[in-house]
Design a protein around this ligand. Sequence first.
Ligand code: MN
Length: 326
Amino acid sequence: MNGKIGLEEHFAIAETLQDSAGFVPGDYWKELSKRLTDIHDGRLREMDQNGMEMMILSLNAPAVQAIPETAKAIEIAIRANDYLAEQVAKRPDRFQAFAALPMQDPDAATRELERCMKELGFKGALVNGFSQVGTPENVVYYDAPQYADFWARSEALDAPFYLHPRNPIASWAQIYDGHPWLMGPTWAFGQETAVHALRLMASGLFDRHPKLQIVLGHMGEGLPYSMWRIDNRNAWVKLPKAYPAKKTFAEYFQQNFHLTTSGNFRTQTLIDAMLEVGSDRILFSTDWPFENVDHASNWFNSASISEADRVKIGRTNAVNLFKLAI
Ligand code: MN
């Protein structure tokens, strides 16, 4: 399929490049770092060769979220967003942008989102999981009350929020002790991000802001497969609802979430996601440069789904959600 649009597609600036170094063996770092810092050369070639018309670009991970010093986090976010705006301006027909946000300071994050949406023409934000605030051990999730105004502004700006994975910090990750291979995309990314998404749902965030849209990568970080059980465990035991939100998790999942195919190129998994949220809420993505554009595209182009769904997932859902002028 030609004309595909991807929205989990990363780049790095010098200050954040090393954050990606641990995710591949040393002899692959030369290639990965080249991919991360390139925008208009090899990346465009990959897109051209695989029928990908546009990438909505975002900073690598964990980047801003892992900078406990708030002033530094704000500075790096602004620098990355300014750089990205310059790059997008060179080829707006092929690249658009998500904002990096210094969530360490909710007011600064709100101001930066507003600046990116209104002045730089960005399409939303991509945030790499929890933020470390003040000290590396102080971990903050975004269902916390200090983000009330941030979420209100996100909804008013019609800015989708891509909740992207990061690894848990060591002191919170005893379950992985002695099993480092479970970190990153193998397992820990999905676990961390899925729980964060469930916290947002349970908090009542989407009762207060019913138009707010969260995007999850990797075909929903395992949530489609578990959604029925989350709402229905021990259904014979009649208990009052144990969380503040008014609706079931499945209802928020179907009304306030979009899922992308990033890094999860599997038809069985796609079908499950389609059965839970419908093809209007699933969008093609690759997770470049950590995954290959050809791997994503070759799978998606021939996946056993209807052509109508392929066009929606590959392109038109993104055009609609991000109001793309293409
Ligand atoms: Mn990614």
